[in-house]
Ligand binder design. Sequence first.
Ligand code: FAD
Length: 439
Amino acid sequence: GTAVVLLTRDLRVHDNPALAAACAADRTVPLYVLDPKLAGLSPNRTRFLHQSLVDLREQLRNRGGDLIVREGDPVAETIRVARDTGAETINLAADVSGYARRREQRLRTESERHRIGLELHPGVTVVEPGAVRPGGGGESYKVFTPYFRSWSAATWRRQAPTPKQIDLPNGVTIGRLPGLPAGESPHACEGGETAARHRLTTWMRQDIEGYGEAHDDLPGDGTSRLSPYLRWGCLSPLALAEAARERGADAFVRQLCWRDFYYQVTRAFPTLSTEAMRPAADRDWRHDDDALQHWKDGLTGVPIVDAGMRQLREEGWMHNRARLITAAFLTKHLGIDWRPGVAWFFRWLLDGDVPNNSGNWQWTAGTGNDTRPYRRFNPIRQALRFDPEGVYVRRYVPELKGIDGAAVHQPWRLPESEFRSLDYPGPLESHRDEAVWLR
Ligand code: FAD
């Protein structure tokens, strides 16, 4: 028989359960549908997606197959391709966002109507969302530590075999990939499984050992930078977690668990990107478009915040510690709603997705899964601790390049004439009240 696999955010040939299942049939149709509804969200991610699709097509061609490309409503196009090729089943990786689940539901209805089987597969996370549940009922864990315990003790699935040979049905129209679209960030990393495996090899060889100590060091840049590849499934989260576990890289495995944690939160709470998980904490946010704009532009006058915000635009990625500092600055310091923060990150981040972006924003704003929702992040204390020499700030804020050492974190403390000679703003008017603790 013939099987279709609708690829979505599992853009790889290794350990791809949906693809492997489709390849067990005599004829396989690996399909990607360019969805106009998702196209405009983020130029950075659109570019990364296209690079990933070009690479995936190459991987499939190396195995005798191809990537069949269509454009339009993914459900209608998938059904059309399945009917045209006489397919008996459609395979798909299960996903958690509201959008993905509505798509899955519609695909189920339509495939039943046309008597085509729909098979859902794991592969987007290490442990399937919902596979481990809290004792005493409840659909999902709301606190990380007990989740981590169950997640670590769970039996992980076996990796799916990488297909060796892929046979397309006769006469299927391949479909064209449009030219590479422009992104917005000049130093964004390149998409695709091949690029992911290069990055993975370097990471496993050089840096994973020191992760426990180095992951919070802003200038050291000692994290894996694998998040965009995980986001698009250019890399199998399970294969990565297993490799890390074998090396005893416990701190790194724990971070991968955070990713799974927010997926199972989203599965139980699909409106995560718009609704507060703890409505009582969704306080009266301040409306201050001017301050919001300064924050977006990396012109708050607080160098550590501005450095993070500029890294975001420069690279389409931001160090986790800087994400915490900038998000806490917007919500807890400026008192501005987390939703515009979510939206701004979502536009730029190559790894931007609903569970991790909204989940972490809500955690930081105190409306989500933080067990200490009222904690404050003093940006200056954070800066002195995680960028003690100011190297990270000088890397991203060229106006401050001439200030040596830690003094770069509080330029307003410089002699008046020196501060004025910098082309750099003083701390935002709107938080002048707090200037005392900034000093
Ligand atoms: P590493 O430190 O090398 O960690 C390895 C992997 O573990 C990451 O690739 C990621 O998949 C996972 N991970 C690490 N920390 C977290 C975390 N706190 N939550 C969930 N997963 C984690 N991550 C995203 O993937 N997409 C987002 O849209 C996103 N938005 C965020 C927004 C805010 C406000 C904050 C505070 C964090 C956000 N994160 C997001 C989490 C984290 O910052 C990134 O996953 C991490 O910085 C990616 O860099 P890395 O691959 O070098 O991470």
